[in-house]
Write a protein that binds this ligand. Structure first.
Ligand SMILES: [Ca+2]
Length: 332
């Protein structure tokens, strides 16, 4: 998926670097604090129409055919995991992310200062620069910081980093089917989590690219890079920024084809080389990467990291308490 993100991190060679000095060991209670800051929405599941037959996506992405899928109840986070939450995880565990191990990650060139030292670009996507020391703590490399962006989605995290966070938090990644069901927010066959129009009434509903990609970002939605994880109105299920802002890792291996069965809580192929990512990012534009639609999909190597990829957590349902009302039932 070179057009929508870097795809070559496996060429990088790991070398150890020291943990950053702005992140001392966390205080007691960091785990509880982080988890209380990560509310999950209980969703009822059931039958939903997954994918799309519209001729809007990249032919190799496998958005179609549209198909009925059935899900058991599950829970999913309102937002992508934020820098503050990831910091609590790192403080509690000392986790060193893959981008820190290899000492570099991919940053969109338009977010680097004009006087930034020369960096290696991807051959077929030269706007991606491999920036030394770029990682979740330093999203644009030396001189940048996650500080001031505590409530933005964490980025520069690999699929394995996402899994490590989930394991620590007692959560997991959503399956691709769960992600799409949740992102649709109860709507059927719509293009976006809120409907078919990108800017209904002229109002921006997500953080994508306005202008000519990659040279001119007019930022009419107010954000050149990441936006806070809860920016923009939530969808019908209460999820923020399912589309736009940052790609989100899913649990599944990627395949462009979909078996006829099982369509009850599908978990994707048993093997693969790339993991599914969903939702698109602040770099998406209809003219270049129309993958911020709710049916759109892409994939990346599980060790890939970049400044536009994060993740959202999910979990199995809690035992239902008497009187529990699911969000979709409140509005039906
Ligand atoms: Ca934007």
């Amino acid at each position: 998926m070179a057009r929508s993100g870097p795809d070559e991190p496996s060429q990088r060679q790991p070398h150890p670097i020291a943990l950053p000095d702005d992140l001392p060991p966390g205080p007691p209670g960091a785990v509880a604090t982080a988890l209380s800051d990560l509310p999950l929405i209980a969703l009822p599941g059931g039958e939903f129409l997954m994918g799309s037959d519209a001729d809007e996506g990249e032919p190799g992405d496998g958005e179609g055919p549209a198909r009925q899928v059935r899900l058991e109840p599950f829970r999913i986070a309102r937002t992508a995991v934020t820098n503050r939450q990831f910091a609590a995880f790192v403080q509690a565990t000392g986790h060193v992310s893959y981008a820190e191990e290899v000492g570099a990650s991919f940053v969109f060139a338009g977010l680097l200062p004009d006087d930034f030292p020369p960096t290696r670009g991807l051959v077929d996507a030269p706007w991606w620069r491999e920036v030394p020391q770029a990682c979740w703590l330093r999203p644009e490399g030396p001189g940048s910081s996650w500080r001031g962006r505590e409530d933005h989605p964490v980025v520069h995290v690999s699929w394995h980093d996402a899994l490590a966070f989930c394991n620590w938090a007692g959560l997991r990644l959503p399956t691709e089917a769960q992600w799409e069901y949740a992102a649709r927010g109860g709507l059927v066959g719509r293009r976006y989590p809120w409907g078919d129009e990108l800017t209904p009434g002229g109002e921006h509903r997500c953080n994508v690219w306005q202008g000519r990609f990659p040279s001119r970002n007019e930022c009419h939605d107010g954000h050149a890079g990441t936006a806070p994880a809860d920016a923009f109105p939530a969808n019908g299920f209460g999820l923020h920024n399912a589309c736009g802002n940052t790609w989100e890792w899913c649990a599944d291996w990627f395949s462009a084809t979909h078996p006829a069965a099982p369509r009850h809580d599908p978990v994707g192929p048993a093997h693969g080389t790339r993991r599914v990512i969903r939702g698109g990012s602040y770099l998406c534009h209809e003219s270049y990467c129309f993958r911020f639609r709710v049916a759109a999909r892409s994939a990346n190597l599980p060790e890939a990291t970049a400044g536009h990829m994060g993740f959202r957590c999910a979990a199995d349902p809690l035992p239902a308490a008497p009187g529990t009302v699911f969000p979709s039932e409140e509005h039906s």
